[in-house]
Design a protein around this ligand. Structure first.
Ligand code: HEM
Ligand SMILES: *[C@@H]1O[C@H](CO)[C@@H](O)[C@H](O)[C@H]1NC(C)=O
Ligand SMILES: *[C@@H]1O[C@H](CO)[C@@H](O)[C@H](O)[C@H]1NC(C)=O
Ligand SMILES: *[C@@H]1O[C@H](CO)[C@@H](O)[C@H](O)[C@H]1NC(C)=O
Ligand SMILES: *[C@@H]1O[C@H](CO)[C@@H](O)[C@H](O)[C@H]1NC(C)=O
Ligand SMILES: *[C@@H]1O[C@H](CO)[C@@H](O)[C@H](O)[C@H]1NC(C)=O
Ligand SMILES: *[C@@H]1O[C@H](CO)[C@@H](O)[C@H](O)[C@H]1NC(C)=O
Ligand SMILES: *[C@@H]1O[C@H](CO)[C@@H](O)[C@H](O)[C@H]1NC(C)=O
Ligand SMILES: *[C@@H]1O[C@H](CO)[C@@H](O)[C@H](O)[C@H]1NC(C)=O
Length: 357
């Protein structure tokens, strides 16, 4: 009887540990040293490509940071944004917030090729986006952080969820709701919006504020009158909506706290930016003031919120896959013969992928 009881205890204990282990492994378990042994130079490989491209395209760091955001907010940070249209995939790239808007997909492919050449089949496209976001911040004098790694790539995309990415005419309550839905709070909203310290936005996305705000027939009253004149000459009423304006009029290609000081003088470019400071009585005003007065406080908050955002809905362990080509799931890129030479060579010796084409 005793031995039955004690073996029952042992079994119960083992079962408990097993359940605990399963529970842990179903949690997002990312780690900054995930590729230390399998691809030790991944960070510097990604950095080299971005450094290079940015010399001729100073907007690229902003564009790459935005890709990680648009990936993470749609079924998690899983590279789903990168998938192209195929017979079975409806790409997120043509969703309204992305169509004719996201940039840098070609650069991501360039990075992937460089990484595959060094470490074939190891580094996910989702992790490349996370690394590129941090490297882009640092390149434009923003904060650095230890990028959590070990994400795997999705087998699906979801254009319906991508349509729901936050838009430039949302009110503060709507912005908060979109962030809450992702597990991000008000501090995260204000800190991450600080990414609009660099990059550009098209006239079509804020022209309503200049001539006919919310169909009032007047400009947005929260827009500084001198800035209104500047923006009106850049974006004439009925003119091309594709002209771009700097999101941060003071230091357009530098990652700094000026985004927040712009809001204080009513020079936020998008309605969604100015809402953070000009919504009367809002709890975001104090946070804007804090970040405007203390760049270190902004940077620390931004780092924490980027890591938090980078953990949204990640695939780990045996979930998903490591894509060979970021625009296609492996079963389709194999058929299309699209992955690069380095991974072809390794896969032919490892898993016979090539012989199956
Ligand atoms: C709070 C809600 C947000 C809204 C409503 C919003 C909206 C926008 C819009 C409308 C543009 C211009 C797109 C175009 O011209 O086609 C833009 C650009 C940009 N966004 Fe956001 N965004 C938000 C949050 C974020 C976050 C969280 C990040 C990153 C952490 C981010 C990073 C960027 C960057 C860097 C650009 C410039 C991209 C470039 O120049 O290519 N945004 N955003
Ligand atoms: C992984 O590599 C990074 C960069 O070389 C280093 O800072 C870190 O200590 C390493 N981590 C482990 C667990 O070896
Ligand atoms: C850097 O860019 C140039 C063209 O702009 C290209 O020829 C070169 O191969 C690139 N180098 C790397 C490491 O990406
Ligand atoms: C994927 O689609 C983009 C447009 O969204 C296009 O520019 C790119 O060439 C496509 N990539 C491949 C490998 O077909
Ligand atoms: C995406 O943009 C193209 C023009 O570049 C346009 O023809 C197409 O209708 C747009 N797609 C959607 C879904 O808005
Ligand atoms: C996209 O996400 C929505 C909401 O979670 C879900 O109902 C729908 O089935 C998804 N579509 C695809 C193609 O996965
Ligand atoms: C938001 O969440 C962070 C932790 O992720 C916490 O430190 C911060 O106090 C929270 N802010 C608000 C306004 O709840
Ligand atoms: C503003 O937009 C509304 C709705 O489209 C329109 O009825 C009104 O005439 C516009 N006012 C001006 C001054 O353009
Ligand atoms: C408009 O901007 C100027 C600086 O260009 C500033 O002195 C002024 O206070 C701003 N006005 C408002 C209402 O914020």
């Amino acid at each position: 009887m005793m031995s039955f009881l004690s073996s029952f205890k042992v079994v119960a204990l083992c079962y408990g540990l097993f359940v605990f282990g399963v529970f842990l492994s179903s949690e997002a378990q990312l780690d900054p040293s995930f590729y230390n042994k399998t691809c030790p130079n991944v960070h510097s490989i990604v950095r080299e490509v971005i450094n290079n491209v940015s010399k001729t395209d100073p907007r690229m760091p902003a564009s790459l940071l935005r890709l990680h955001f648009h990936d993470c907010f749609v079924q998690g940070c899983d590279g789903s944004l990168l998938l192209n249209n195929t017979a079975t995939i409806v790409s997120e790239q043509q969703a309204r917030p992305n169509n004719n808007s996201i940039r840098g997909l070609d650069v991501v492919n360039q990075i992937k090729t460089a990484v595959e050449n060094a470490c074939p089949g190891i580094v996910s496209c989702a992790d490349i986006l996370a690394l590129a976001a941090e490297i882009s911040s640092v390149l434009d004098q923003g904060p650095d952080w230890k990028v959590q790694l070990g994400r795997r790539d999705s087998l699906t995309a979801n254009i319906t969820l991508a349509q729901n990415l936050p838009g430039p005419s949302l009110t503060l309550d709507q912005l908060k709701a979109r962030f809450t839905a992702q597990g991000l709070n008000t501090t995260d909203l204000v800190a991450l919006s600080g990414a609009h310290t660099f990059g550009r936005a098209r006239c079509s996305l804020f022209v309503g504020r200049l001539y006919n705000f919310s169909n009032t027939g007047n400009p947005d009253p929260s827009l500084n009158s001198s800035y209104l004149q500047t923006l009106r000459s850049l974006c004439p009423n009925g003119g091309p909506g594709t002209t771009v304006a700097n999101l941060d009029l003071t230091t357009p290609d530098t990652f700094d706290k000026n985004y927040y000081s712009n809001l204080q003088v009513h020079k936020g470019l998008l309605q969604s930016d100015q809402e953070l400071f000009s919504t009367s009585g809002a709890d975001t005003i104090d946070i804007v003031n804090k970040f405007s007065s203390d760049q270190n406080a902004f940077f620390e908050a931004f780092k924490a919120s980027m890591i938090k955002m980078g953990n949204i809905g990640v695939l780990t362990g045996t979930q998903g896959e490591i894509r060979k080509q970021c625009n296609f799931i492996n079963s389709q890129s194999a058929q299309l013969g699209l992955y690069n030479v380095a991974s072809k060579e390794s896969s032919s010796s490892e898993d016979g992928m090539v012989s199956s084409i």
